[in-house]
Design a protein. Structure first.
Length: 228
């Protein structure tokens, strides 16, 4: 009834080609292209500068102060996956560090998003193992309480299902539902093309006031230009 003590060994993943296309775009572009939904709360930040990731989620439900389920989840990871970890209640303990990252790298894991703490950040950066976390905390954890793997989790107020694609960069973290990955990649490309056309106009000196047709609504709203 509470989704604890469950490991789902078979999950559906999106087409790798669609994931590869989606990975070309930043979080802000994807978020806008998807209708401004799917963002995790902005307290989830990269553990080190330059971290970014994109891949299907293997989800982990942790218990506070306990990282047992990460070791269980490692077995379920396939090449290109990303671990996405929520917790049954708020906890900023250091659930994850260099040793787990080493294990996951051997499985082809492309990174971690966790609504909790991590440690060994300098080592993670040397390994180029991207991590996005709630906190950086040296406090260790135990291995004693069951959680679950590949169940629906809530991470920083966002619902993540196994196989959803998670994209993260310096601007934040966004979740794309598995069945929408191809469509969102298409929409992101259209948005990127549109923004490039606007970018060129700005380079040419066109003002946003004119490009976006703002002058008339500003005047209707009562904006006045005054020469002293």
């Amino acid at each position: 009834m509470n989704n604890l003590g469950i490991v789902r060994t078979t999950i559906e993943r999106p087409d790798p080609a669609d994931v590869a296309r989606l990975s070309q775009f930043g979080v802000a572009t994807i978020h806008e292209a998807m209708g401004r939904v799917g963002l995790l709360r902005p307290y989830i930040r990269p553990a080190y500068s330059g971290a970014k990731l994109c891949g299907p989620a293997v989800t982990v439900l942790l218990q506070p102060g306990d990282n047992w389920m990460f070791h269980v989840a490692a077995e379920q990871v396939q090449e290109g996956d990303v671990l996405v970890a929520g917790c049954t209640t708020e906890s900023e303990d250091g659930f994850f560090g260099e040793l787990l990252a080493t294990s996951l790298t051997a499985r082809g894991c492309k990174g971690l998003v966790i609504d909790g703490g991590v440690r060994d950040v300098a080592d993670l950066e040397k390994m180029d193992f991207p991590v996005f976390s709630r906190a950086i905390n040296s406090k260790g954890t135990i291995k004693a309480t069951l959680g679950s793997v590949n169940v629906q989790v809530v991470v920083a107020n966002a619902v993540v299902n196994p196989g959803d694609v998670v994209v993260a960069d310096v601007d934040g973290v966004v979740v794309v539902p598995r069945e929408l990955v191809g469509a969102v990649a298409d929409a992101s490309q259209k948005r990127e093309d549109l923004e490039e056309s606007k970018r060129q106009k700005f380079r040419d000196g066109v003002l946003g006031l004119d490009l976006y047709g703002m002058r008339e609504p500003l005047a209707k709203a009562g904006l006045e230009y005054v020469e002293d």
